[in-house]
Design a protein around this ligand. Structure first.
Ligand SMILES: *Cc1c(COP(=O)(O)O)cnc(C)c1O
Length: 395
């Protein structure tokens, strides 16, 4: 498998066939596994081989197929699948940290990630410092000899700022800290995070990996020793494992992820270019635009690919943003992203509602900001829909 190219790995990687030699991967919807003898059970509890299973909370053949396939795409040694993206973030951080440890995190974070750092970790005696993740000087000033983990989203939601994985990893590795990256917005298709120095990479599989809005899931990727001896014991004893059925949905999603994400990115690029300079918009933020303030980093870190999400700053604040959203006919109002269906979100009143006005201002979440996740519809239809809705957004 190691000499296969990406598209081949995505279709065949990790496949395990039963005695029936099925073509499409089987859903092993079983909690447990029968042992031939008591001695075999005893031996498996001492040490289970890669294709020996005990209990679905520890591992399952369908889940293992998904783990191997996403690890092959990311270029990581191993992966552990989790019940959701948040189970992955929580597991990755809690498995690495204990009371008295120090963490440095970027402050532009998904609300639930912020909750884990501010409430869960601080509550258990972990010291957490926040920095502006785009500023390497702030990372350099905050990281100390006793820092054990740095954590950030490589592309921030919803303002689409990049954090320089290579730059932060260099600073963190000087003191021996583990670099944990939530890589959802970069997508596993464009990610080169392993080569760039990330030690642990997290995806919410709910987003592009499913890509069709059906199930929750997540995954943690990294070196085999970390995944199997640090993360797996934490996950299997605390219960955040992925169900076999949801793993199967994700596994089938992997077959088409490269095609979907590239097509959605191509549409997003075309739509962002067409909307830039529109007089009903104060700003179009998209990492693939030449006007993105970090376009050199987008080129270096993501091969110039801006991903599937953009943010539109509608002139006229919340009222105009709501008129725009309500006038959309193809794009739906919801809060997921990476889906085949294009989705518009008003972060200030939904996903980021709980932040204080000061925090929103600091993170650039203004009343006129609309996040647009570009789906698989015809790009011309999407652009017409958005342009028509922008006319309706005017006073
Ligand atoms: C959605 C998301 C998560 C959480 O994933 P769930 O599958 O909803 O638990 C974490 N981080 C980022 C950046 C996300 O976009």
């Amino acid at each position: 498998m190691s000499d296969w190219n990406t598209r081949t790995k995505l279709v065949h990687g990790g496949t395990r066939r039963s005695q029936y030699n099925e073509v499409s991967e089987a859903i092993f919807l079983t909690q447990g596994f029968v042992y031939e003898t008591a001695a075999q059970a005893e031996a498996r509890f001492v040490e289970a081989g890669p294709d020996e299973f005990i209990y679905a909370r520890y591992g399952n053949p369908t889940v293992a197929m998904f783990e191997d396939r996403i690890a092959a795409l990311e270029g990581a040694e191993d992966a552990f699948a989790t019940a959701s993206g948040m189970a992955a973030v929580n597991g990755a951080l809690c498995s690495l940290l204990k009371a008295g440890d120090h963490v440095v995190a970027a402050r532009a974070l998904f609300g639930s990630c912020l909750y884990i750092l501010e409430n869960v970790l601080r509550g258990f005696g972990v010291e957490v410092s926040f920095v502006d993740g785009t500023d390497l000087e702030q990372w350099r000033a905050a990281v100390r000899e006793d820092t054990s983990v740095v954590f950030f989203e490589s592309m921030s939601n919803p303002t689409l700022e990049l954090i320089d994985i290579e730059g932060v990893a260099e600073i963190a590795h000087e003191v021996g800290a583990t670099v944990v990256v939530d890589n959802v917005f970069s997508t596993p298709v464009f990610s080169r995070a392993v080569a760039q120095g990330a030690d642990v990479i997290i995806y919410s599989a709910t987003k592009h990996i499913d890509g069709q809005g059906r199930t929750l899931g997540g995954v943690v990727l990294g070196r085999r020793e970390y995944i199997r001896t640090v993360l797996e014991p934490y996950m299997k004893h605390t219960g955040g494992s992925l169900s076999p059925f949801n793993a199967w949905v994700m596994l089938k999603g992997m077959e088409t992820i490269d095609l979907r994400v590239r097509a959605q990115t191509e549409s997003a690029q075309a739509i962002a270019e067409a909307l830039e300079g529109h007089d009903a918009l104060a700003r179009v933020r998209y990492p693939g635009l030449k006007s993105h303030p970090q376009s050199a980093l987008v080129a270096r870190q993501l091969g110039g690919k801006g991903g599937t999400v953009m943010s539109l700053e509608v002139k006229g604040g919340k009222e105009a943003a709501f008129r725009f959203l309500d006038a959309l006919q193809v794009v739906v109002i919801s809060n997921n992203l990476g889906d085949a269906k294009s989705i518009a979100t008003h972060p200030a009143t939904t996903t980021h509602q709980r932040l204080s006005d000061g925090q929103k201002e600091l993170l650039g979440i203004t009343p006129g900001l609309v996040r647009l996740s570009v789906g698989l519809e015809d790009a011309g239809d999407l652009l017409n829909d958005i342009q028509r809705a922008l006319e309706a957004a005017r006073d």
